[in-house]
Design a protein around this ligand. Sequence first.
Ligand code: ATP
Ligand code: MG
Length: 201
Amino acid sequence: MSLRRIGIMGGTFDPIHHGHLVAASEVQARFQLDEVTFVPTGQPYEKGRVSPAEDRYLMTVIATASNPRFHVSRADMDRDGPTYTVDTLRDMRAVYGQSAELYFITGADALARIMSWRDALTMLELAHFIGVTRPGFELTAANLPADSVTLVEVPAMAISSSDCRQRVAAGLPVWYLVPDGVVQYINKRGLYRDSGNVGPA
Ligand code: ATP
Ligand code: MG
């Protein structure tokens, strides 16, 4: 039996948008991953105020529901305290077992900071890291151990969650930037209308 290949996409997903989904889909296909699990953060340690975890979780479920290979995990939301990726990876290792191969998918902006994350070396032992292109950020693995990181060009989507939040607060549409069901969920819950909570992370 061949090893199961599991992609892990951590993020705040406030809200999830098509940039996240295209990146996950492209890496899934190129690396022949059996599944990609999206893991919404609890309280992200490096961000200010974020929407309730339950709203971010439900938007992630709505956005991924139609893809049989996409799943969503509550692991980071259900753990107390700020979210560190090393804990996410330990939890995913426990869920998928010792024999699975974990691939942590991350954008160029996050990849640039990765060595400053808590327990960076342990993190790199727990998973292979896949850095994906993101418009406005240079994709480079300089200073990262070559055997633990692979860079991948994905179709460029110049979309960010902070831009989506600012658009909603300004009364501008987010149709086609996020999945239809996420637009409807944002409206139903009245998310991002208060411009105090929309700035860049
Ligand atoms: P914010 O603007 O609030 O920081 P974001 O758009 O960066 O939100 P996050 O939830 O912070 O979204 O991102 C989760 C992961 O997805 C990170 O690794 C990030 O680099 C990656 N990512 C986000 N947007 C894109 C995009 N448009 N293309 C490729 N990767 C992306
Ligand atoms: Mg971000």
